[in-house]
Ligand binder design. Structure first.
Ligand code: CA
Length: 501
C-alpha cells in the first residue's frame, strides 16, 4: 500500500481574513501532486469571537459561517458555502478531509442563569472550597441569530459541568455546577489538577443523555452537509473517552464509513496516559504522538548533547505504530502559543525525515513548514515578538521520497549518539524505491549501511543535494553514506534525483 501523509492546513496565526477555505480549494490539486493524501482542516463552527475566533472556542456548532451571530456571518476561515466548495475540491483532487471537532466546551452564551455551584481549588479540582451557593453564570445558549434552524436544542446549565465566571459577584474562579446528572466533575483519564475535566469556558456535561443525543444528531447533520472523511478530536484529555466511543460508533454504524479519527491527548512526556486512552477507546482512534514531538524539541535544543539513539524512546510510534500520528509541530506548540515547544529550525528537516521516511506512523506535516508564516504576538513573558517562520526548502523532496521511495525492509543503525541512520530496501511494486538516510547532530560523518545485494553497483545520490559526489553500492550491497554536520542526507538511486526548484 502506498504511504499516506496528512497535512494540518492551518496555523494559529493564519490571518482572520475569511480566506482559508478558498485557499484550500485552490491548493488542493497541488497538495495531492506533491504527495499529501489527507488534510486536517481547522474547526468550522462559529466561535465566541465570531470572525476572529480560531474555532477552539465553540459558540454554535450549527453555524458554519451561515448566520449573523457574534458580529459576523462568516467564520475566521470563510462561509459555509465556501467550506462546502473547499471540501468538494479536496475530494475531487483525491484528498481525504478530516474535520476538527471541538466538544469539550462552549463559550459566548446568550443569557445568564442562576446556578448552584461549589468553588474548587484550581490545582486540585476535587477540593471544594465553598458551600453550594448561587451565582449568575453565562450558561444559556439559545442562538437567536439562527432561530432554531437545523436544531431547536437550547443549552443551559444542565448541559454543563463547570464555568469560570460569576456575573453576580464579578468573580473569576473555577465553579463546579450542581446539575441533575452527577456530583462534581466527570471522570476523565487525566489526573493533572486532581481532575482535568474542566479546561475553559462552559464545560460540556456528557453525563446528560440529552447532550449526547444532540451531539449525535449534530454529527449526522455535519456529515450530511459536508461529506468529510474523518475527524481530529480536540482536547480529549478533558473529556470522558467513553463519550467518543459512543459518538464514533453511532456515526460509523449509521453511515457505514470508516471515519478515520485522530485524538488530541496532549501529554508530551507521558506515554502512560496515551496508553490508558488507547485502552479505553479500544482502537477507535489514533492519537498524536506528543511524546515524539517532545523528543524532537529536546533534541533540537540540546544539540550534540542529545543521544540520537533515544529519539524514539517512550514514544507512541514505538509501541503502537498503527495508532500513532507523528508530527513535528502544531498550532499549539508553534512559537508564542499556549503549549509552545517549537522544534528549532536546524532540526526540522531531521525531524521530518524521522516521520516521513520510516515505516512506522502516520505523519502529519504542519502548515508553516509548507507555506511559512509571519506574525506578531505576546509571549508568556508578556513581551511582544515578531516571528518569521520559513517554509522547509526540502519539503517537496521529502514528500516525494516518502511517496515513491520509502518502502521495503527497514534496517536501523542507531549505534552512535550523534549519528544514526537507516535503510529501506525497496519494493518491486515501487520502481526505483529504496533509500538510505543518515542524520548527524554533531560533526560531518558517514555510516556504513546495507542496501541489499540487488543494489550492488547502483549509483546513489543525496536527494537533498548537499553532496556533489555519487556513491556506488559495493558488490555485497553495502556503502558508506555521508552526512553533513547537524543535518540529514537522503540517498537513493540517481534516477530518482528530483530537480530542485
Ligand atoms: Ca471537560
Amino acid at each position: 500500500m502506498e504511504n499516506f501523509t496528512m497535512l494540518q492546513f492551518f496555523e494559529w496565526y493564519y490571518p482572520a481574513d475569511g480566506r482559508l477555505w478558498n485557499h484550500f480549494k485552490s491548493e488542493a490539486g497541488w497538495l495531492k501532486n506533491i504527495g499529501i493524501d489527507s488534510v486536517w482542516l481547522p474547526p468550522a463552527q462559529k466561535g465566541m469571537h465570531g470572525a476572529d475566533s480560531t474555532g477552539y472556542d465553540s459558540y454554535d456548532l450549527y453555524d458554519l459561517g451561515e448566520f449573523d451571530q457574534k458580529g459576523s456571518v462568516r467564520t475566521k476561515y470563510g462561509t459555509k458555502s465556501e467550506l462546502m466548495d473547499a471540501i468538494a475540491a479536496g475530494k475531487e483532487a483525491g484528498l481525504r478531509v478530516y474535520m476538527d471537532i471541538v466538544l469539550n466546551h462552549m463559550g459566548g452564551a446568550d443569557e445568564k442563569e442562576k446556578v448552584l455551584v461549589k468553588k474548587v481549588v484550581p490545582e486540585n479540582r476535587n477540593e471544594f472550597i465553598s458551600e453550594p451557593h448561587e451565582i449568575e453564570a453565562y450558561t444559556r445558549f439559545t442562538f437567536p441569530g439562527r432561530n432554531g434552524v437545523y436544531s431547536e436544542f437550547v443549552w443551559d446549565y444542565q448541559c454543563f459541568s463547570g464555568v469560570d465566571y460569576d456575573a453576580l459577584n464579578d468573580e473569576t474562579a473555577i465553579f463546579s455546577i450542581q446539575n441533575q446528572y452527577g456530583e462534581g466533575w466527570q471522570d476523565v483519564l487525566d489526573l493533572e489538577n486532581g481532575n482535568y475535566d474542566y479546561l475553559m469556558f462552559c464545560d460540556i456535561e456528557f453525563r446528560n443523555p440529552h447532550v449526547r443525543e444532540e451531539l449525535k444528531r449534530w454529527g449526522e447533520w455535519l456529515y450530511e452537509n459536508l461529506g468529510f472523511d474523518g475527524f481530529r478530536l480536540d482536547a480529549i484529555k478533558h473529556i470522558d473517552p467513553h463519550f467518543f466511543n459512543e459518538w464514533l460508533d453511532h456515526l460509523r454504524g449509521k453511515y457505514n464509513q470508516e471515519f478515520y479519527t485522530v485524538g488530541e491527548y496532549w501529554s508530551p512526556y507521558d506515554l502512560e496516559s496515551l496508553l490508558k486512552c488507547i485502552e479505553t477507546t479500544e482502537g477507535r482512534m489514533s492519537l498524536f504522538d506528543a511524546p515524539l514531538q517532545g523528543n524532537f524539541y529536546k533534541a533540537s535544543i540540546e544539540n550534540s548533547d542529545y543521544n540520537l539513539c533515544t529519539i524514539f524512546d517512550n514514544t507512541l510510534v514505538q509501541v503502537h505504530p498503527e495508532l500513532a500520528v507523528t508530527l513535528v509541530e502544531n498550532h499549539d506548540t508553534q512559537p508564542l502559543q499556549s503549549l509552545e515547544q517549537t522544534v528549532e529550525a536546524w532540526f526540522r528537516p531531521i525531524a521530518y525525515s524521522l516521520i516521513l521516511l520510516r515505516e512506522q506512523g502516520y505523519p502529519c506535516v504542519f502548515y508553516t513548514d509548507l507555506y511559512g508564516a509571519e506574525y506578531k504576538d505576546h509571549g508568556n513573558d508578556g513581551v511582544e515578538y515578531e516571528i518569521t517562520l520559513k517554509r522547509l526548502d526540502n519539503m517537496e523532496v521529502l514528500l516525494h521520497a516518502r511517496k515513491y521511495l520509502s518502502y521495503g525492509l527497514q534496517t536501523d543503525y542507531f549505534d552512535h549518539p550523534n549519528c544514526i541512520g537507516w535503510t529501506r530496501q525497496g519494493l518491486d511494486e515501487f520502481e526505483g524505491s529504496g533509500l538510505a538516510v543518515v542524520i548527524s547532530n554533531g560533526e560531518e560523518g558517514g555510516k556504513q549501511m546495507e542496501m541489499g545485494v540487488r543494489y550492488a553497483g547502483k549509483v546513489f545520490v543525496d536527494l537533498l543535494n548537499q553532496f556533489e559526489e555519487e556513491i556506488t553500492i559495493d558488490e555485497n550491497g553495502w556503502a558508506t553514506f555521508k552526512v553533513k554536520a547537524r543535518s540529514v542526507s537522503v540517498w537513493a538511486e540517481i534516477k530518482n534525483l528530483i530537480p530542485s526548484e
